[in-house]
Ligand binder design. Structure first.
Ligand code: ADP
Ligand code: MG
Length: 234
């Protein structure tokens, strides 16, 4: 997937300003930056909830900039939201099924075993439970499994570790590494937990006030002066 200089203004606020980036199969890209940096807006632009004022978005060389969210989902973009969006009245299994039914509209064939993913994300013995009976950590996992059931080319995770304890975050980290090694997709992950981000991502892009201020490997980012200033202020 490739973003070619996309921007989005809200009134006078430059929420996303001239952002370009590219990721491919097997990449795990971390997207970090202070609150209000434009991270969620960027995901909304990629998935089609918002349309950029300028710039273009490509998926497998296809220009998807004017496609609707459901079309982009069928083409291979799957996401989770910063706030949980589970169907509370459906069982765990039914929440996943909704997505796997949708994936039938996609022309891509499923290249992995969904039961294995359910097992990796520790939902196997919870499949018949009402979703509202799940712990918070498992609800977050369910969202990721549901997104993976769409058979994505790009998986976008908006703060998947938010509200998780240290142990849950560690397990999530391991599960995402399993996805990277076993499923042919790219992952973009936003989170505030830098230890988590540094652990799962090969590359990190840092945003501040709508702009990309740094991009590189985790060790390059942690030593970057502009990044330190954006986080600590001066
Ligand atoms: P982040 O996810 O990095 O915390 P956001 O993308 O949510 O940041 O927000 C970036 C900026 O855009 C903020 O200044 C925010 O107030 C503004 N913003 C986001 N969504 C909207 C919207 N729908 N309408 C108006 N302003 C918005
Ligand atoms: Mg956000």
């Amino acid at each position: 997937m490739k973003l070619d200089c996309i921007s989005k203004n809200f009134g006078g606020v430059k929420a996303v300003s001239q952002v370009s980036l590219e990721i491919g199969e097997g990449d795990v890209l971390g997207l970090i930056g202070p609150n209000g940096a434009g991270k969620s807006t960027l995901i909304n632009l990629i998935t089609g909830l918002l349309t950029p004022d300028v710039g273009k978005i490509f998926l497998s060389n296809l220009d998807i900039t004017s496609q609707k969210p459901y079309q982009r989902a069928r083409l291979g973009l799957a996401r989770t939201f910063q706030n949980l969006r589970i169907y509370p009245n459906l069982s765990v299994g039914q929440n996943i099924e909704v997505a796997s039914i949708s994936s039938n509209y996609s022309s891509r064939t499923m290249n992995f075993d969904l039961d294995k993913i359910i097992n990796i994300f520790d939902l196997e013995d919870k499949i018949d439970l009402a979703s509202e009976e799940l712990s918070y950590g498992h609800l977050r996992r369910l969202e990721i499994v549901r997104a993976l059931a769409l058979n994505p080319l790009v998986l976008l995770l908006d703060e998947p570790a938010a509200g998780m304890n240290e142990n849950e975050t560690k397990e999530l980290s391991n599960s995402l590494k399993w996805v990277q090694n076993n499923i042919a997709c790219a992952i973009i992950v936003i989170d505030h937990d830098l230890k988590f981000i540094m652990g799962v991502c090969d590359k990190i892009t840092v945003m501040n006030m709508g702009e990309v201020i740094a991009s590189g490997k985790p060790n390059e980012i942690s030593n970057n002066k502009r990044v330190k200033e954006a986080y600590i202020g001066h």
